[in-house]
Design a binder for this molecule. Sequence first.
Ligand code: FDA
Length: 393
Amino acid sequence: MLNTFDVIVIGAGAAGLMCGIEAGARGRTVLLLDKSNKPGKKILMSGGGRCNFTNRYSSPEQYVSRNPHFCKSALSRYTQWDFIQLVETHKVSYYEKTLGQLFCEHKSSQILELLLQKSQESQVDLRLNQLISSIQKDAGGFIVVSNGATYRCESLVVACGGLSIPTLGSSPFGYQIAAQFGIAVHPTRAGLVPFTWHVEDKARFECLAGISVDSLVSCQGMSFRESLLFTHRGLSGPAILQISSYWRPGDEVLISLLPEMDLHLELQHVQKTSGDLMLKTALAKWVAKRLLGVFFTTELLDKPLKRFHSQQLKEVAQTLQAWSVKPNGTEGYRTAEVTLGGVDCDAISSRTFEAKKVSGLYFVGEVLDVSGWLGGYNFQWAWSSGWAAGQVV
Ligand code: FDA
């Protein structure tokens, strides 16, 4: 059996669906193949079931890549406003949670339904439970064998995503296709992922599991001001997930648990006005008691402020505002929201997403070495890159 299509897209996730919709709308015949039993599994799981589908402030600055210029073209041609318009046209109600993050008011499945409806309108032939066993290129294009059937196409789009959360269908297939065609793949690692403690830190901080605090978290010259969550295994919460994409094994992470104030100055002030107050009473105004017991000895906490030297007060402030943590590692792909690294952007056209040295072969979405911050930026990249390739395949 030989089936001929203009375009074959591998991967019916956010980027693959968008690419198929656009190509189909141009009158191209599109076959969309996915190994899973459902399309768009990550869309369904995203944003705690409400899909943080884009961010009002999306711009190239919120993306991590060895080539920071690569994402600019697609992000500027298909913007967050374009996707918001699509969502509004389909009457999906949404709200801004914080920092420009747009979530569905009801459920993520509305975004997937919207994309599947558009795919149908574009006559995209979606086939699930596909095991692709071979991909070959000849003068006429590509020959793809899937579930024993042979398909031919002019343009082959790789939209297989990254390695995060294997139970949601992720696989290294996209990287393997790149390697097969001689396209470089940068080493991958988990991004937007919680940190794990070293043994001694776990013993000390495990009792704080469940506490969430406002924080300023810094590493590798980047800082994020969001909440931090103590877990049994380590540290999580938005601020930690964000910084994890910049962290390298062995790096220290600097954390302020009181990002808004000059604690040393405040303590000096309280010392002058109410010197009999014990340190723990003074600090209780700003810091949860459970936290204090872990960061300071009882002896220090019970000491009246008037008995502290200025240097000691400074050290107290530093303990809470310049807490240096050396994570043991991360929770890895099991819980990571994205995969850092991937297909080398320098080998791909930033306008068309075609491989520079392999005509007709395209890569879109997370399989590329482009990862966004937490907050809807990763879906925006999937929409923008999928859309851009969809205009030319
Ligand atoms: P995606 O992973 O979505 O799709 C890849 C597709 O390829 C899958 O359908 C897979 O089954 C298929 N595939 C893989 N191997 C294959 C093979 N061998 N053959 C055929 N098909 C194959 N981002 C965001 O902006 N806002 C959010 O709220 C969230 N929330 C979120 C929650 C969770 C739990 C995760 C894991 C991730 C997020 N993300 C997110 C990130 C976001 O989901 C991710 O960046 C995009 O889904 C990437 O889109 P892609 O289409 O590139 O890959």
